[in-house]
Design a binder for this molecule. Structure first.
Ligand code: AMP
Length: 249
């Protein structure tokens, strides 16, 4: 059974993001980039399924500029067998990525497609859902447990105040939540081995997909700076401030 895992190259979660001076987006020059944390969890899960003997091949896919090869090598160091880069300089929005992944699903025929629940750069939380709709396949989002048996996936998902368990016919689309697993650190030998694993490069044109953006970004702003706090002498002064200045009571 093949598993396709989508991995996005994003600004590292430790980096303090800065908005470009013209407000057209986020500064990416000289910024540390990494695999999207939810996608790292997705790769780890696919590799664990392979180690259990349920899955025979794990294919990592990334869409974007040439540097996404690094992201694919990270996925292969965790244990993915091969990588596919859909190379483009275009600004890829979730619908475009979902269409590219749908074309790869048609080509590779995986039984399971695992994505992160959201990319930490745009926080869209759309690609998995759009892919499931385009491919006409069942989906389970925010998975905290994945079990495969008898042509079905049993997925536990995190919902408000509890857990929900779903049974899906394969092929299916699953998106990962934080508690699904704790990804391993790639060992140095595995990082070296990953350099030799096959990496195929395709273009959106070869997949017959139009990736033109459908949405226009009107502006990007940093959150307002916090003004300093003040000390109040007693509860009466606090209540007066809440009433007269903040006007919240
Ligand atoms: P989003 O809908 O943008 O929040 O992204 C959700 C998930 O879709 C991510 O966690 C990835 O698994 C996948 N994804 C989004 N953009 C890309 C991309 N450019 N390349 C590969 N996978 C992507």
């Amino acid at each position: 059974m093949k598993v396709l895992v989508a991995v996005k190259r994003v600004v590292d979660f430790n980096v303090k993001v800065r908005v470009k001076s013209d407000g057209s987006g986020v500064e990416l020059a000289n910024v540390k980039m990494s695999i999207n944390p939810f996608d790292e969890i997705a790769v780890e899960e696919a590799v664990r399924l392979k180690e259990k003997g349920v899955v025979s091949e794990v294919i990592a896919v990334s869409c974007g500029i040439g540097a996404c090869q690094e992201t694919l090598r990270t996925a292969m160091a965790i244990g993915a067998d091969r990588g596919i880069l859909v190379e483009t300089d275009a600004d890829l929005q979730p619908l475009a990525v979902a269409k590219l992944l749908k074309a790869l699903v048609d080509k590779e025929q995986p039984q399971l497609i695992i994505l992160g629940k959201q990319a930490i750069d745009n926080d869209c939380n759309q690609t998995g859902q759009m892919l499931a709709a385009l491919a006409g396949r069942p989906q389970a989002t925010f998975a905290s447990k994945i079990e495969l048996a008898d042509g079905h996936a049993t997925i536990t998902r995190e919902i408000d105040g509890g857990l929900e368990t779903l049974r899906l016919a394969l092929p299916a689309v699953v998106t990962t939540d934080l508690r699904l697993n704790e990804p391993r650190y790639a060992s140095l030998p595995n990082i070296m081995k990953a350099k030799k694993k096959p990496l195929e490069t395709l273009t959106p044109e070869q997949l017959g997909v139009d990736v033109a953006p459908r949405l226009t970004t009107l502006g990007t702003e940093e959150p307002p700076k916090r003004s300093g706090g003040t000390r109040v002498p007693d509860v009466a002064a606090l209540v007066a401030k809440l009433k007269n200045e903040a006007k919240v009571i």
